[in-house]
Every structure is written in C-alpha cells, then in structure tokens.
Ligand binder design. Structure first.
Ligand SMILES: Cc1cc2nc3c(=O)[nH]c(=O)nc-3n(C[C@H](O)[C@H](O)[C@H](O)COP(=O)(O)O)c2cc1C
Length: 343
C-alpha cells in the first residue's frame, strides 16, 4: 500500500504547445536494446496462477523485445523456458546454502541461454504473509472442499493443469533424493533452494558467473555502493512489493537516493507497485533505467492467457505514449526534467 501512496505523490509539470509528439520508448540496458522500458519480474510458482504461465510470459518477452525473468522457484525448468525467451531471458537466483547446488543451478541457467543472473537478497527468512494464510492458500494445493469448489468453477484452469502437470517447484525438486520426494515435497524443495546468503556468497557468485550480474532487493544506498564496489553489473531496487516486510520504505521513495549514491550511468532496474504506464514514467524519472511488473503480468495471464500478456504490453505502450504527450516529453531522458520536485 505504501508503494501506491508514494508513487501517487510523484507529479509531473505538463509543458504546453509542443506540437506533434512521437515518443521514442526503446531503451538500452546492459548491452541490450529493449522496445519498451518495461520487463516481466520473476514470480515463483507462476504456473499455479495459470498452468504454463512461465512459457507464456517468456514468449511474450521474446515477441515484444522486453526482458522476462524466470524465478528459481518457477513451475518450469530453465532448460524449457530459456530457448523460448531467447535473448530476452534473465534468470533469478534464490541462493541455496549448498555451493554445489548453487553452481549447478548457475551452470544450468547459463547453458539454457540466460545471459543475466539476478540474485534476490530481500528474502533472508520466510515471512508470515497473514493475508495468504487467511485465504487458505497452500502449496501444494490442498484438495479440500473449498479448493474443489474453486476448481469446478474454473474448468479451463483444470484442463490446463492436466496438460502441464500439477504446479510444483521443478528446479528445486530436481535436487531432492527419493526419500525427500516422498515427504513434504514443498518444504524440502524450499529448504534446498533458498538459503541465507551473505556478502561472501555474493563475492563467490561473482566469480562463478561471467555474464551480467544484478542484485535484486536493494533498499539502502550504502548496500548499493558496496555491491558496485564488488563488481556487480546492475542493481534492482525492489521491496518485493511489501510481501516480505511491511515496515520498510516504498521502493519509489528510495530509488532517487540510490541513483545519487551510484551515479547517473550505473544500470538500475526497479519494481514494486507499478500498475501502469504512468508509474513506469514515475520510476524512470526518479532514476530507474528499466521498470519491471510482477503481479500485473500475472493478472493478465490469469485473465486471458497469452493474449492477456500481449494486451498488457499494448496498454503499457499506449499509456506511456499518451502520458508523455500530456507533459510534452519525446524521450525517456526528458522525464526527470518534467518532475515537479525530486525527493
Ligand atoms: C506471488 C509472487 C511471487 C514472487 N516470487 C518471486 C521470486 O520467486 N523471486 C523474486 O526475486 N521475486 C519474487 N517476487 C517479487 C517480484 O519479483 C516483484 O519484486 C514484486 O512482485 C514487485 O512487483 P509488482 O508490484 O509489480 O508485483 C514475487 C512476487 C509475487 C507477488
């Protein structure tokens, strides 16, 4: 909620009489040119929201030349998604404590064609997520009466599950032995895959991954500066949409400070609370180079499968163009000069 409140505080001053405005929305980020300053954020278990969602979103990224970031805890394997995402594929890593498993996952991501590795650091422990508990959502889905009633009312979802298989954390499962597979699969899988990384872990990953390396979940400018000093190639400012910790600052409140701390040229991605083209413009104006949306793309796929994701890209493109015209901006670089005040 704080993300929304703080995004709404960011205002632009319209500049009048600018004539016909044809905006240029493509952007360069870490050696690639993207058609829009927008990407699809990693979401674990996307395939539970809509079976096959990972492949649908990877296809959407490739078709529209925008990045798609596959989660470590996706329902699809990097080997199946990487070739679909093509040059638009990024891989998000939750760091396992076991360095052999870590190196194996990194190798599999590289061999599957992902050229950017995103290490998520804002999940140091499980969070309780009271709303999720109240909704009685469980992994794996518990086949009790409310769940069965919900399934009956969604026959297309059920059919799709028959095609794609039950949603599970496939990558994590591939590291479980038979004994673990027969117990509580999700608890074991979660433990195998998500460890407690520290600064030394980041230094080790820097040695193990020779492609572009980003760290996701940055809030403190001091941490950003330290990461830059360690040879990280890009930062991803995010508060995980407040899912992990409710009393932290909104990401949009702190991106300006992080931008100031690392300088104007250092690549910064952003997410948390972005709900449309105007929010994308707000984040860019405050210092982001590329803005990711997680939930929005998943709502779109849940509603209309692949057509939903395509339609969201269309809406974002049209919304950014329309709003840039209102303030007389032709390029993304001009946005910060239209801000009424910069925190
Ligand atoms: C259901 C759900 C699952 C998520 N899973 C992951 C994940 O596996 N890895 C990760 O780095 N971030 C994960 N995130 C965080 C998103 O990548 C993103 O940072 C966050 O949702 C903010 O973007 P949004 O406000 O556009 O949704 C998840 C978010 C949601 C809502």
């Amino acid at each position: 909620m704080r993300n929304r409140l703080e995004l709404d505080k960011i205002l632009f001053m319209p500049e009048i009489l600018q004539g016909q405005i044809d905006c240029r929305l493509s952007c360069k980020f870490m050696g690639k040119t993207y058609n829009l300053p927008v990407g699809i954020a990693p979401v674990g278990m996307s395939g539970a929201i809509w079976p096959g969602a990972e492949k649908i979103l990877a296809r959407c990224g490739a078709r529209n030349t925008i990045p798609y970031c596959l989660s470590t805890v996706a329902c699809a394997l990097p080997e199946d998604v990487g070739p679909i995402a093509g040059h638009m594929g990024w891989f998000q890593l939750y760091v396992p404590d076991n360095p052999e498993i870590r190196r194996s996952i990194i190798g599999r991501a590289r061999n599957s064609g992902f050229d950017k590795l995103v290490v998520t650091v804002d999940v140091p422990a499980d969070s309780r997520r009271e709303r999720q508990r109240r909704s009685q959502m469980t992994y794996p889905p518990r086949l009790d009466l409310p769940m069965l009633a919900s399934m009956v009312s969604r026959p297309r979802w059920c059919l799709q599950v028959l095609r794609e298989g039950m949603p599970t954390m496939r990558l994590a499962e591939s590291y479980l032995d038979r004994r673990q597979k027969s117990g509580n699969l999700f608890r074991h899988a979660g433990r195998v895959i998500r460890g407690c990384p520290d600064w030394n872990t980041i230094a080790a990953i820097r040695q193990e991954w020779d492609g572009h390396l980003l760290v996701k979940g940055i809030t403190r400018p001091q941490d950003a500066v330290r990461l830059v000093g360690m040879g990280i190639d890009g930062l991803w400012v995010s508060n995980h949409s407040g899912r992990q910790f409710e009393a932290g600052p909104a990401s949009i409140e702190i991106i300006g400070k992080i931008r100031n701390a690392v300088g104007s040229q250092f690549p910064i991605a952003f997410d948390s609370g972005v709900a449309g083209g105007l929010d994308v413009m707000r984040a860019l104006a405050m210092g982001a180079d590329l803005v990711f949306l997680g939930r929005a793309f998943h709502y779109a796929v849940a509603a209309l499968e692949g057509a939903g994701a395509e339609h969201l890209v269309y809406i974002l493109d049209a919304d950014i163009r329309a709003n840039m015209a209102q303030i007389g901006a032709r390029t993304l670089d001009e946005l910060e000069y239209r801000l009424i005040s910069k925190a």
